[in-house]
Design a binder for this molecule. Structure first.
Ligand code: ARG
Ligand code: ZN
Length: 871
């Protein structure tokens, strides 16, 4: 049997459910292999649905034990039950109750969707459609019900029992068993259902909301790891406070629980009142977590908490509207992190990640609109486009209407849609209502796939003190003048030899923004007394690729003089990127000198920013800048050579900086942004020194490793050493593995560093890593650390000319696909840019994709990705 291309579900075919469910009463008896779910659903015909239609409930891998309608057993010919659905042929025309008892095996659930066990802890993941693996249900987000959940379990096996909402009762249920009843008063879709049962330790604290509600906030972790849960708990409290101040959104239950589990397909999940997390985004101590981990924990805790309003109180009508909750919530977590840390530094990090993940996605066969119009498998649409480009759309909206109108529009959106399942149209309608604006042209951002190109040119007329900027927008793959234009906010300024030209004026620019809403436009600045350098797309004001031909000298003026930190950083990136694509020793030297002047004047006043300026565009970004014929080896060599050159020219300065920063480094570790910034600059300096002089680099890195008092410095040093072949590297790796042998999350870092070594020997190394006792194919974090890091973070070896790198990833996908299709399908997306590779590599990748396509019984998840990738 050959895998068919899976059928599509289409937005235009949406229709309301024929039935609604108002209340759900669950009695769940946890058992490792035979968990019983006794569900009573209060159903009624939906006035907006088809009267008298048969009732079909979704199911996935279910076994029906019994069924009753309004308390009476059903005749065998009145219904149909299969593992994948339950049908009631002639439902009553008025409200009725359906009691369904199902039985499932949580231990055998390797897909990690529905109810499963992670390290012996019972937990759930229901988004997008896992609830149907627990009981038969109308598993769609526009069916919202009030849930009461009784959980019963063996007291020794699961002393902690958690559910959605508030705890209403608990007690013993016979000698060895106990129970807890949780009630969630807020109607919610099934994807927000959750329960947890297990042996867990906890840290907790109180928070009083702006409405005076006392909330108990707790973070549950593996017993013995409570001392690593404090940072996450603190982030919960800061998130609660911030959402009140920034958006006026208070919490709405008496309890807010976060649970860390070790086997989790994604980052975390916003179940109502009971967020479940991949433990990697909860557990942190200075010895085990890097500054980057702390920042990620803060951001993801905030993200899931913010969903309580943007996602839970206001949810999505259907999965096509996923960006409605995800794009908006990413925007909200980005704003939170920017307020907690350095705003410009955080903005640069956001854009780097957008360019690394979303731009290639948008330029390849997996591209899709922020609001897709069709899908075969919704779990494949939790993408960088939906999340990160979705967040950029919200950001542009704020830029266009201004911060005050944006806040008013958000208030309106929450007020108008509270308790509802909404659409992108509902979201935009709130902003149209408060501003009186027509946002229909802006709405095109949700519909158009692809990264727009914005081409700009400047003409200067000294006699008239006049400067003209000409803009053209185009969307790749979309032809010509008939495509309606996008609305692009262009934040801009003109920069003279000594800084921004404040006297220049342009009637088309308001508050530093020109709104380009036509295919082409020309704007004129007067009072321009010297030839300026245009600074365009300041703060990355829209997710576009900017084409603006500037000389290196002009860009270095922006680095030195622009008032916009993002464009200062961007200017250095642009010069570096060109030097990677077109190496030129003389220009490289001038670039190094300019960086040197920059470091001298301000590295110590903003180390985090300086570290970002020193970090060259990644190999992936260089590949993304080329439209075709990508040779990852050539890119790697060129980038490596530029790093070496910078390291040599800048060495004395880098050493001075390192020494100056070392002095501030004596205090105890703190994850705050300023301390993290100092560490990042020191490590960036050492990285460049090592690139310029590997021998010195190896010994300094070994020294830093030996003296390290925290994971940030330890891992940075190990990463530097990993790029320098030799005995020192192997000893350092072995020492690290021994020291952290009992720390799976730390070993993931060790796995990832090695999987990314850009050497042919990495393939054999990966074979050894897969045989390491800590490695297992059943844990998504382990698979991602070894194979994911290789596929997404080792361009030269993944795309080896002999095809062996593709083969390694394909083998893993094949081995994983039936056990955990979601993780397998995610790995497969690494092939997304295959057609842009030079011909012989592309041919090997194509062969491999066809091999996967031919696997009998391939999951819908993987079949969908392969079909679209092959196009
Ligand atoms: N809503 C979760 C988050 O914040 C992601 C859940 C995705 N899960 C999945 N199986 N597709 O962002
Ligand atoms: Zn989310």
């Amino acid at each position: 049997m050959r895998t068919e291309t899976p059928p599509l579900i289409r937005l235009e075919e949406y229709r309301p459910s024929d039935y609604l469910i108002d209340r759900v009463d669950l009695d769940i008896r946890l058992d490792p292999h035979a968990t019983r779910i006794d569900a009573t659903l209060a159903l009624r015909p939906n006035p907006a649905g088809r009267a008298g239609a048969p009732l079909h409930l979704d199911g996935d891998d279910l076994r029906l034990v019994s069924v009753a309608l309004d308390g009476a057993a059903l005749a065998a010919d009145a219904y149909t039950a299969t593992p994948s659905g339950f049908g009631l042929h002639a439902p009553p025309g008025q409200p009725f109750s359906l009691r369904l008892v199902t039985e499932i095996d949580p231990t055998a659930n390797t897909k990690l969707m529905g109810l499963y066990r992670s390290n012996g802890v019972y937990c759930t993941q229901c988004e997008a459609d896992g609830f149907r693996r627990i009981t038969y249900f109308l598993d769609r987000p526009d069916v919202m019900a009030v849930y009461t959940t009784r959980i019963e379990a063996d007291r020794a096996e699961a002393p902690v029992l958690l559910g959605n909402g508030n705890l209403v009762e608990s007690g013993s249920a016979g000698t060895d068993r106990h129970f807890a009843i949780w009630h969630d008063p807020h109607p919610k879709p099934a994807y927000l259902f959750a329960l947890v049962g297990g042996r867990l330790g906890q840290v907790e604290t109180r928070f009083t909301t702006m409405e005076g509600r006392a909330v108990t906030c707790a973070v549950y972790v593996e017993p013995g790891k409570e001392d690593r849960a404090g940072y996450a708990l603190d982030a919960v409290i800061r998130s609660m406070r911030w959402d009140e101040t920034a958006f006026g959104r208070p919490y709405d239950l008496d309890a807010f629980n976060v649970v860390a589990v070790s086997d989790f397909n994604m980052g975390a999940m916003e179940n109502k009142g009971l967020n479940i997390f991949n433990d990697k985004y909860v557990l942190a101590s200075p010895e085990t977590a890097t500054d980057g981990d702390y920042a990620a924990i803060e951001a993801i805790i905030a993200h899931e908490y913010f969903h309580n309003w943007s996602g839970n109180r206001v949810t999505c009508r259907d999965w096509f509207q996923l960006c409605l909750k995800e794009g908006l919530t990413v925007f909200r977590d980005q704003e939170f992190s920017s307020d907690m840390r350095s705003r410009p530094v955080h903005r640069i990090a956001e854009v780097r990640s957008l360019r690394a993940r979303q731009f290639p996605e948008d330029a390849g066969p997996l591209r899709h609109p922020v609001r897709p119009r069709a899908y075969a498998e919704i779990n494949n649409f939790y993408t960088a486009t939906v999340y990160d480009k979705g967040a950029e759309i919200v950001r542009m909206l704020r830029t266009l209407i201004g911060a005050d109108a944006f806040r008013a529009g958000m208030d309106r959106y929450f007020a108008d849609n509270d308790g509802r399942a909404a659409t992108v149209e509902d979201f935009l309608a709130a902003f149209a209502a408060v501003t009186g604006r027509d946002l229909s042209a802006f709405a095109r951002w949700y519909e158009r796939p692809g990264t727009p190109r914005l081409t700009a040119t400047m003409a200067y007329d000294p006699a008239a003190s006049r400067c003209t900027l000409r803009f053209t927008q185009s969307l790749p793959g979309e032809g010509g003048r008939d495509t309606p234009p996008l609305v692009i906010p262009v934040a801009l300024g003109l920069v003279g030899a000594a800084g921004p030209l404040s006297g220049a004026t342009c009637p088309d620019v308001r508050d530093g923004i020109f709104v380009l809403d036509r295919a082409e436009a020309e704007i004129v600045f007067d009072g321009v007394t010297e030839e300026p350098v245009p600074s365009l797309m300041r703060d990355f004001s829209a997710p576009v690729r900017l084409d603006l031909a500037l000389t290196d000298a002009q860009r270095m003026r922006l680095l030195a003089q622009d008032s916009d930190p993002f464009n200062r950083w961007q200017a250095a990136q642009d010069v570096a990127l060109r030097l990677i694509l077109e190496p030129d020793p003389a220009r490289a030297y001038a670039f190094a000198e300019a960086l040197g002047r920059f470091l001298d004047s301000e590295a110590l006043s903003d180390p985090a920013f300086a570290a970002l300026v020193l970090a060259l565009p990644s190999e992936g970004e260089a590949a993304d800048a080329l439209l075709s014929d990508v040779d990852p080896d050539a890119i790697h060599r060129a980038r490596f050579a530029l790093r070496a050159h910078l390291g040599q020219v800048l060495r004395p300065r880098l050493e001075r900086l390192d020494a100056a920063l070392a002095a501030a480094d004596d205090a105890a570790y703190s994850p705050d942004a300023a301390s993290a910034g100092r560490r990042s600059l020191r490590n960036a300096a050492l990285d460049l020194i090592a690139a310029g002089d590997p021998e010195t680099g190896a010994s300094r890195a070994a020294d830093r490793l030996a003296r390290a008092t925290n994971m940030t410095d330890r891992l940075a040093a190990l990463g530097i050493l990993a790029l320098i072949p030799g005995q020192a590297r192997e000893e350092a790796l072995a020492g690290f593995a021994e020291r952290f042998a009992d720390e799976p999350l730390v070993l993931d870092k060790w796995f990832a560093i090695q999987a990314q070594i850009p050497e042919p020997g990495t393939l054999d190394r990966i074979a050894r890593l897969k045989a390491h006792p800590a490695f297992t194919m059943t844990n998504p974090n382990r698979v991602r650390a070894v194979v994911g890091s290789f596929a997404f973070g080792n361009p030269t070896q993944f795309a080896r000319a002999d095809g062996a790198g593709f083969s390694l990833v394909a083998d893993t996908v094949a081995a994983l696909d039936s056990a955990n299709p979601q993780v397998a399908a995610r790995l497969l997306t690494a092939f997304g840019s295959w057609r842009r590779l030079e011909k012989s590599r592309a041919a090997k990748a194509g062969e491999m994709l066809n091999r996967i396509k031919a696997i009998p019984g391939l999951s819908r998840d993987s079949a969908d990705i392969v079909a679209r990738t092959l196009g």
